[in-house]
Design a protein around this ligand. Sequence first.
Ligand code: NAI
Length: 324
Amino acid sequence: MKFAFFDTKPYDIPSFEKYGKENDITFKFYETHLNEDTVGLARGCDGICVFVNDTVNAEIIDELCSLGVKMIALRCAGYNNVDLEYAKNKLRIARVPAYSPYAVAEHTMALLLTSVRRVHKAYIRTRDFNFSLNGMTGFDLHGKTVGVVGTGKIGRVFIDICRGFGMNVIAYDKFSDENSGIEYVGLNELFSRSDIISFHCPLTEETYHMINSETIEQLKTGVVLLNTSRGAIIDAEALLEGIKSRKIGAACLDVYEEEADFFFNDFSGHIIDDDVLARLISMPNVIVTSHQAFLTDEALDNIAETTVQNITAFRDGTTTGNEL
Ligand code: NAI
């Protein structure tokens, strides 16, 4: 089988080549995103392999079908970029539901610790032989209340990590698991009680702009917001206002609403066209990483292995349970 692989990065290639070779699947690697202009690259392929910022809308689905493409293999967990309803009965779609919840949960804690203990500032200071501690005072995580929105695979690993720090964990999930030993509360209560809030729910119509100018009013002054889920869960402009008004104490973002235009690419030396992103990044209490929470050796290997299993199951007329 032949698959067009969009949005290729150098770190994708070794693991996909390895598992592809073992299973007679050839990947044609393209650096470009999948969009209306590039969909033609899938000509002659049985399927395409896409990532979080590739667009799979109705127009592209129609074009893929006319090219004879039969499968879309998502090499990610989230699928908010795919028009699933439109694709129904036209194409087989499978995703990688879990590749390393530890990677994302550990990155979330790395961001929190970096922010709270000013590690990002200290790193720059000491490289310049500036050993002053002024402005570096943090706070203990021990005893603080963390509100976790979404208690699926990643949320639960993050909860375990937080408990290891002696934090008090409360959570909200649309489908709460009452036997999990997790203290579930309503979303409003979570917003008003939490010193730190971390998002681990999917982006859906319900979670879109869950943090907006109104909900920000409900938050504790000085709250730390962590988003390693999907950018549009937080209204970025409202977040910026919340930072400027000092209501929000800090924000750690691995995802951003308009990230597709920037993340994963090198724009150093360019003038960034997104004023909200530029202003957020300029804030001393905002840390941005460019959707790298998943990026560990273990996760990359699992992503390639599961994606190839999804493709071989399609080829062999079976299923893996990862179909959407
Ligand atoms: P999961 O499917 O195991 O858990 C998601 C949880 O969110 C479930 O418990 C579900 O019931 C809950 N949920 C659904 N709708 C909700 C709502 N309206 N309000 C509150 N909770 C709701 O997913 P997993 O693997 O834990 O991933 C979570 C999210 O993390 C993904 O949807 C994806 O967007 C993001 N992600 C980010 C990565 C990164 O590199 N930054 C990598 C992998 C995933």
